[in-house]
Design a binder for this molecule. Structure first.
Ligand code: PSV
Ligand code: MN
Length: 428
């Protein structure tokens, strides 16, 4: 079942077919000179997928305000439909990552059937113990898994275990745990004990994981706690994941580090340790800005992919989960998500065309300039024709945003989906 008329996609593609064919051929020649087979690269890119966060299809906001867009999804079924559009046009996002209770649903089998209909599956499921829900017995104002109060910790553990049960019903294979726990004042919290309490709670969640599940521990340097968070960096995340066991790994959200932190270095270390869970892609200039992936620092994104491709090239065993995690405050979320998914694919393709043996030789010979040039040649190559061909071959749009705009989808759904309130602040 497709949301948009496939005929519209075909009409648009038809106008661009000739250009894509000649651009692809030209790029193929360039790559052949570097002894790279463009079709082999295309097949790898075609097999790559990055999941959509269900919350990403709604308009985001900041702590100051949220300016809703027209036709925002009203519930998880609407969100799935928007994900169906993204998948149909851009062909890069076969999975959806749910967030509980934001995506609470009274009929999980029905939701799964709808997702199946769009050709979508469910990626990692996310728990939420960073905000209070109506009727909840204990507040998370002062933490959840690491709270000083045992009852609050037990409630947070139970919520995570419930998320696993939901995930099992929809076919997820991982639980992502991000907690807002931390403190706003030096001295507010006993730093060591808070981490120990977190571990104690996390162990109970870990014990409830099915055999074929993984637990993704997501770190974040600050926010909502602005003095210190309990899982503040990859060091704490690694300590936690190591203490928990092999099914626990560290999830890297690109926005969750101090400015200038070398994220690709973290990725390299986690791969080597067998602890890389996967990614939440977004971009930032100052902090957890949640801007569109690759909109600020595309070279950094490429360098992350360079580590992944190098590790795959060296046949290291790892299986990262790829997901976007962005807040779309001023764009149509569908347009941003399609563009970001293509940007992530682009970084992957650029990393795939790095001449690995040349790079290895330059590194071995300590030829810094040649090594840097070799690496950069991948980044500087315009791989657009590969991405266009991948979409075209899969029945998607050569130019997804143009087709989306021409489809009038947003205007159509705006008629059924009433405008949501805009005044209150809120990160998502
Ligand atoms: C926290 O900032 C985070 O990155 C976590 O992944 C949350 O689940 C998500 O954002 C919610 O907005
Ligand atoms: Mn995240």
């Amino acid at each position: 079942m497709t949301v948009l008329d496939p005929g519209l996609i075909q009409d648009h593609n038809h106008r661009l077919l000739r250009h894509v064919a000649s651009d692809y051929e030209h790029l193929g020649e360039q790559l052949a000179r570097r002894h790279i087979d463009i079709d082999a690269v295309r097949q790898k890119v075609a097999a790559f997928g990055v999941a959509i966060p269900s919350w990403g299809v709604g308009t985001g906001g900041t702590r100051f305000a949220r300016f809703p867009g027209p036709g925002e999804p009203r519930n998880v079924f609407d969100k799935l439909q928007d994900c169906g559009v993204i998948w149909q046009l851009a062909r890069a996002t076969p999975g959806v990552s749910l967030h509980i209770p934001w995506d609470q649903c009274s009929d999980w089998p029905a939701l799964r059937a709808v997702a199946d209909g769009y050709g979508l599956g469910f990626d990692a499921i996310n728990s939420n113990t960073f905000s209070d829900q109506p009727g909840q017995a204990h507040s998370y104002k002062f933490g959840s898994l690491s709270h000083t109060d045992a009852g609050t910790r037990a409630q947070a553990v139970a919520h995570n275990i419930e998320c696993v049960a939901i995930g099992q019903r929809i076919g997820s294979k991982a639980l992502t745990v991000w907690v807002g726990d931390g403190s706003n004042f030096p001295g507010q919290q006993h730093l060591r004990r808070a981490f120990e309490r977190y571990l104690d709670s996390a162990r109970q969640i870990y014990a409830a994981l099915p055999d074929d599940w993984r637990m993704f521990v997501e770190h974040k340097i600050c926010e909502p706690a602005f003095y210190g968070t309990v899982i503040q960096d990859w060091g704490s995340s690694y300590l936690a994941a190591s203490a928990l066991g092999p099914k626990a790994q560290c999830l890297v959200d690109l926005g969750h580090h101090a400015p200038n932190v070398n994220i690709e270095m973290i990725v390299a270390r986690l791969i080597a340790a067998g602890k890389l869970a996967g990614f939440h892609f977004n971009d930032s200039k100052y902090g957890d800005d949640d801007l569109d992936a690759g909109s600020i620092a595309p070279y950094r994104l490429f360098l992350v992919f360079n580590e992944l491709v190098a590790a795959a090239h060296e046949k290291l065993a790892f299986e990262p989960a790829y997901m976007l995690d962005q807040s779309h405050n001023v764009t149509d979320p569908i347009e941003s998500l399609m563009t970001s998914a293509a940007q992530v694919q682009r970084s992957y393709a650029q990393a795939l065309i790095v001449e690995r043996s040349l790079l290895d030789a330059a590194q071995q010979a300590n030829d810094a300039l040649l090594a840097s040039q070799t690496l950069k040649r991948g980044f500087e190559t315009d791989v657009t024709p590969i991405l266009q061909r991948v979409r075209l071959d899969a029945g998607g749009a050569i130019d997804p945003v143009a087709v989306y705009r021409a489809s009038g989808y947003r205007q159509r759904v705006a008629k059924d989906r009433p405008a949501s309130a805009g005044s209150g602040g809120g990160i998502v």
